[in-house]
Write a protein that binds this ligand. Structure first.
Ligand code: PXP
Length: 245
């Protein structure tokens, strides 16, 4: 029997809509609770340095009512580390962050910043926080991730999702397949995400080594037409069907 596959729902873009007008609605915490009821296995919130979507109070409120688990996505700064240690989410996912980017554009360069990320990861682990490193599907980055002591990696699927031909998409898929095998053999838990939607999720969900997919933008976009509960349950069904096919 194949291993189960889990869905982490990223609610950042509910907050994007709220911040666009400075209103109190829509509330990403409300969205997170609804996503959990619709079958999400976890919730991701990315507190960016520029606070363009999720705000500190969103994270604070959600940690008091989370039903599944919070994956707190942050850049590896001292201020974010202090907040994580105070709030104790189940997972922290470390990502690179650039102010001018529209979204997280590439994976974290763990190999190029290994000593600092090792210390950063160890400090979070001392507080019982599981650390996930968001990296490109690249063996060098996987080896460096293992050396930091992190238990989890999340493979960046953006190049796969954005590929402009079938051949390019297939080549990117193969990179993710090989990286997943390599990382499992190295003892890591392997998650993946970025740019996934109902039309491209199956090929990734089928990779047996992948434990969890983190999906945000397309789910919130689909929710405009379907409602969030429908969008989440449809995504989860497509993932489970692909995994068990
Ligand atoms: N995983 C990580 C680490 C991310 O930074 C993001 C984007 O915030 C996602 C998953 C979700 O990507 P998308 O919004 O494209 O589904």
């Amino acid at each position: 029997m194949s291993a189960p596959i889990f869905l982490g729902v990223n609610v950042d873009h509910v907050a994007t809509l709220r911040q666009a007008r400075g209103t109190r609605y829509p509330d990403p915490v409300h969205a997170a609770l609804q996503a959990e009821m619709a079958g999400a296995d976890g919730i991701t919130m990315h507190l960016r340095e520029d606070r363009r979507h999720i705000q500190d109070h969103d994270i604070e409120r959600f940690t008091t009512c989370v039903q599944t688990k919070l994956n707190f996505e942050i850049a590896a700064t001292d201020a974010m580390q202090a907040m994580a240690i105070r709030l104790k989410p189940r997972d922290v996912c470390l990502v690179p962050e650039k102010r001018e980017e529209l979204t997280t554009e590439g994976g974290l360069d763990v190999a190029g910043d290994e000593t600092r990320l090792h210390a950063y990861t160890q400090r979070l682990m001392e507080h019982d926080i599981r650390v996930s490193l968001f990296i490109d599907p690249d063996e060098r980055q996987i080896d460096a991730s293992v050396r930091t002591g992190a238990q989890v990696i999340e493979l960046h699927t953006g190049a796969y999702a954005d590929a402009d031909s079938e051949a390019a998409m297939d080549a990117e898929l193969q990179r993710i397949v090989s990286a997943s095998r390599y990382a499992i053999d190295a003892g890591l838990i392997v998650n993946a995400g970025h740019g996934l939607h109902t039309k491209n999720v199956a090929a990734i969900a089928r990779i047996p080594q992948i434990h969890e997919l983190n999906i945000g933008h397309s789910l919130i976009a689909d929710a405009v037409f379907l409602g969030l509960a429908d969008a989440v349950s449809t995504m989860k069904r497509l993932m489970v069907e692909a995994r068990s096919a």
